[in-house]
Design a protein around this ligand. Structure first.
Ligand SMILES: Cc1cc2nc3c(=O)[nH]c(=O)nc-3n(C[C@H](O)[C@H](O)[C@H](O)COP(=O)(O)OP(=O)(O)OC[C@H]3O[C@@H](n4cnc5c(N)ncnc54)[C@H](O)[C@@H]3O)c2cc1C
Length: 530
């Protein structure tokens, strides 16, 4: 088949762009490095937790040594499968705050990124199972539902947070986030609803969409200044595919800048050491990396509350059967059913922290030798981090991972806010509904109360919330740091666009999947001239 468009990356954004273009009559090739999403653990809401350590489904981008973290080098896992992040994520449906989109308008001069405009897209895209009003819609492809199983610990967290001064909210997505509650999730009929389910699979019936898995894109091919194809490898063979209209990069905020640099688009000084001729000097490529970080407070329970041990032995059999027969029970949960948005300096303000309540003791593998038991983890995530990092090439070999430097806590305000989040987490744990269950705090630990103690704890445990963005950011034509123009076209060449999380000038306040889909949706409209 000959193609009008090649979409590189069949993840969240790639699924949407490819699906919409094919539905509109174009012939589209998707090149995805990962494999199929047929594993039942992807469909079952709780299943993704088991996949987070599995190389077949995840990229494990190791960061460079982080000087602010006393030399730690945390890993930033990302999805490597059809559906990308949306096939392995926690399914939180969050849009951010209305004000998050103002810097996007300022960066591009395009009012299409203003809150009222993106709100229309969110609403049109949505199929909400509870809300239908000026902010929410029904009948769209993107399924949104209330959590289908709520654990006793999550319920108590929501009560405890209210006792600690955070009001209940039934909806985090109206543009105002402040509050505690049970966020909606991307599920339909009590199973994951990924971007592939919503946008890619329905378009397969057009016969105009070809999805090739196991294809690692190496670089974009050019004729003169026009992008005409993609070189990729599949089963050890290097191959080429061509498209008559455009190449659209949707490989995510780590791989997209890598592909641009391997294609000779970026800083001369970044590509020259690897014998890559710089075709277009664009100093913003790989810069402006932003990621959400979280810092935990962990406590053990007196009794058997939460999810510890629910995935083993007899519990596993019972929970699995309950899900298979009735689509209920712990397997119907994404494992994080409650969260709070607040400003630790003033609970009356709009949020600067998103706090996740995990009804178990959860730390990245290898962080401690703590013996797991029944307990709770409250993770505080800084919503608008000031730290900026980078993605650079490690070599000219497309199979090598790039050097990812998220620069966590480079901005001291990120550390200060994290400490504020820790203190609020402790207030919530000390409120009656949770206090009744708690045996003892494990980390930061009793007596660790000073700012310096908490800073040390934060540097030791801070981890990614899996939300890298910003490494090929959009901006005005004359902005020397912008990689793509307001139409998301890569500057200095023709026929090449970026339509994934890389183009965000600034990260939104909360989980990034749905904002990425809004970007992809606008990109598809731009490509189709609508
Ligand atoms: C574990 C986890 C939990 C998360 N939880 C949430 C959540 O609860 N809610 C939320 O809103 N967001 C969440 N996110 C973030 C969200 O999923 C991402 O923001 C979103 O998926 C980004 O979309 P994208 O299209 O930019 O990239 P991706 O969805 O990552 O897609 C990129 C695709 O490109 C492929 N690719 C990469 N390199 C190449 C190459 N060279 N050749 C071919 N293909 C390539 C990848 O395999 C991948 O499939 C989470 C992410 C992770 C990883």
């Amino acid at each position: 088949m000959s193609y009008d468009y090649i979409v590189v990356g069949g993840g969240s954004s790639g699924s949407l762009v490819a699906g919409r273009l094919a539905e509109a009559g174009a012939r589209v090739l998707v090149l995805e490095a990962g494999g199929s999403d047929k594993n039942p653990l992807i469909q079952m809401p709780a299943g993704f937790v088991k996949l987070l350590g599995v190389e077949k489904y995840m990229w494990f981008y190791k960061s460079t040594i982080q000087k602010q973290l006393d030399g730690r080098a945390p890993v930033i896992p990302q999805g490597k499968v059809i559906g990308g992040g949306s096939s392995v994520n926690a399914m939180f449906y969050i849009r951010g705050q209305a004000g998050d989109y103002t810097p996007w308008v300022e960066a591009t001069g395009d009012s299409g990124w203003s809150w009222p405009e993106v709100l229309k897209r969110y609403r049109d895209m949505e199929d909400n199972n509870r809300l239908q009003n000026e902010a929410h819609g029904v009948g769209g492809p993107w399924a949104v539902s209330d959590p289908t199983h709520i654990d006793e610990v999550s319920r108590r967290y929501v009560l405890a947070a209210q006792e600690a001064g955070i009001p209940f909210t039934p909806d985090f997505n109206s543009g105002v986030q402040r509050g505690v509650g049970f966020p909606q999730v991307n599920m339909r009929n009590r199973r994951r609803w990924s971007a592939a389910d919503a946008f890619l699979k329905p378009a397969m019936s057009t016969g105009r969409l070809e999805v090739l898995t196991g294809c690692l894109a190496h670089r974009v091919l050019f004729e003169g200044d026009r992008a005409v194809g993609v070189e990729y490898s599949r089963q050890g063979q290097v191959q080429k595919a061509h498209a008559s209209q455009e190449i659209i990069l949707c490989a995510g905020a780590v791989a997209t800048p890598k592909l641009l640099m391997l294609s000779g688009i970026g800083n001369t000084e970044d590509v020259k050491p690897f014998d890559i001729a710089c075709r277009v000097e664009l100093r913003g490529v790989g810069r402006n990396l932003q990621d959400h970080t979280e810092v935990p407070v962990l406590a053990f329970f007196k009794g058997k509350y939460g999810y510890y041990g629910q995935d083993r032995g007899w519990n596993q059999i019972r929970n699995g059967l309950q899900y298979l027969l009735f689509k209920s029970g712990p397997v119907a949960s994404n494992g994080i059913e409650a969260c709070a948005f607040f400003d630790p300096d003033d609970l009356g303000n709009e949020a600067k922290i998103q706090q996740f309540c995990i009804p178990s003791v959860y730390l990245d593998p290898g962080t401690t030798d703590l013996k797991p038991s029944w307990g709770v983890t409250l993770n505080s995530c800084v919503l608008r981090p000031g730290s900026r990092g980078s993605v650079k090439l490690a070599s000219g070999n497309p199979a090598d991972e790039p050097l990812v430097n998220p620069n966590y806590f480079d901005d001291p305000e990120d550390l200060r806010l994290s400490i504020g989040g820790l203190r609020q987490a402790r207030r919530i744990l000390a409120s009656r509904p949770l206090r009744e269950l708690i045996d003892r705090e494990i980390f930061p630990g009793p007596g660790k109360d000073s700012d310096e103690d908490l800073a040390e704890h934060a540097r030791r445990f801070v981890k990614t919330v899996y939300h890298p963005v910003g490494t090929a950011r959009m901006g005005k034509e004359d902005d020397p740091d912008a990689v793509v123009d307001p139409q998301l076209r890569v500057k200095g060449v023709r026929g090449l666009r970026v339509a994934d999380a890389s183009v965000m000038p600034t990260i939104i306040s909360g989980n990034t999947n749905s904002a990425t889909l809004v970007i992809a949706d606008r990109a598809a409209s731009m490509i189709l001239g609508r």
